[in-house]
Design a protein around this ligand. Structure first.
Ligand code: G1P
Length: 281
């Protein structure tokens, strides 16, 4: 399966950090966010990744490319562990790039992938959501999509105060944690939302979506919204996926995720806990 990672956004929620660097390259503990997403894609059996980039996103390409000078220098100084890490990153997958010329919204960014995708179902993975689960989230969606012969999106219950931040679905539960979707609304007011089930940045979509994007009017924020185009698909299921998601699209959740991931690393856990205790005093 092919996958599309939209990474063309301006990162306004992270300014000034993102003035001259892509938000997808913000580190979460020890690697850039987009690397976690690509690792999930590979673990899900995706072997062809298209990243939709834009102006100022060159460092994403550099990160996944080989760096001969760096490799030579690490070899010369005998830092073989680091050399291995650096080489592994550039061998992760076949990655293709296309530029979105103007930021017209998530739906438009996905539309840039039309030619590359062709006529098969494909995955979409947003660069500001990291997931953790035994079976990778995208793999769970691919399996469900094949089972139901339908597009499938990952959703998660969110508290009322967060509803306005997400695309929200409405539908009927057809089996445990699986919904047949009949309504999709992008960033609704909480009193107008069909549920508390928020779209969490992972999708398996049927290629008819591209025709629907062509016929989608500007939506919330004056942008072409992926959610509005998805609402026109014949069949859509949503899965409260088995695992956890981390939305690092805002400063405080990004910081919390970095701390949580650092605490999972035995090397840094003790040092960090001591530091936090010190700060608490
Ligand atoms: C996008 C989608 C939204 C989804 C969210 C997940 O919104 O449009 O449906 O719930 O990602 O993070 P954005 O965060 O780009 O505003």
């Amino acid at each position: 399966m092919k996958c599309v990672i939209p990474a063309a956004g301006l990162g306004t929620r992270f300014l000034p950090v993102t003035k001259a660097q892509p938000k997808e390259m913000l580190p979460v503990y020890d690697r850039p966010t987009i690397q976690y997403v690509i690792e999930e894609a590979i673990a899900s059996g995706v072997d062809d990744i298209l990243i939709v980039t834009g102006k100022g996103k060159r460092s994403i390409e550099d990160h996944f490319d080989r760096s001969f000078e760096l490799e030579e220098s690490l070899k010369e100084s005998g830092k073989f562990d680091l050399l291995k890490t650096v080489e592994e990153i550039s061998n992760l997958a076949d990655i293709y790039y296309i530029r979105q010329k103007k930021q017209k919204g998530l739906g438009d960014a996905i539309y840039c992938a039309k030619k590359h995708i062709g006529d098969e179902p494909f995955a979409v993975m947003l660069g500001d959501i990291i997931t953790k689960s035994d079976v990778p989230c995208t793999k769970q969606l691919i399996d469900l999509s094949q089972k139901h012969d339908s597009s499938v999106i990952a959703v998660e219950k969110v508290p009322n105060e967060k509803v306005e931040r997400y695309g929200i679905i409405g539908g009927t539960e057809v089996s445990e944690d699986v919904y047949k979707v009949d309504t999709l609304v992008e960033k609704p007011k909480v009193n107008e939302a069909p549920s508390n089930l928020a779209i969490m940045g992972r999708y398996v979509l049927y290629p008819e979506l591209f025709d629907h994007i062509e016929n989608t009017e500007l939506g919330v924020g004056g942008e072409i919204q992926l959610t509005d185009a998805m609402a026109k698909l014949d069949s859509m299921h949503a899965n409260v996926f088995n695992g956890r998601s981390y939305d690092i699209g805002n400063k405080i959740d990004w910081l919390k995720t970095s701390i949580e991931f650092a605490l999972e690393d035995n090397e840094s856990k003790g040092i960090l806990l001591d530091y936090i205790q010190e700060m608490m005093k």
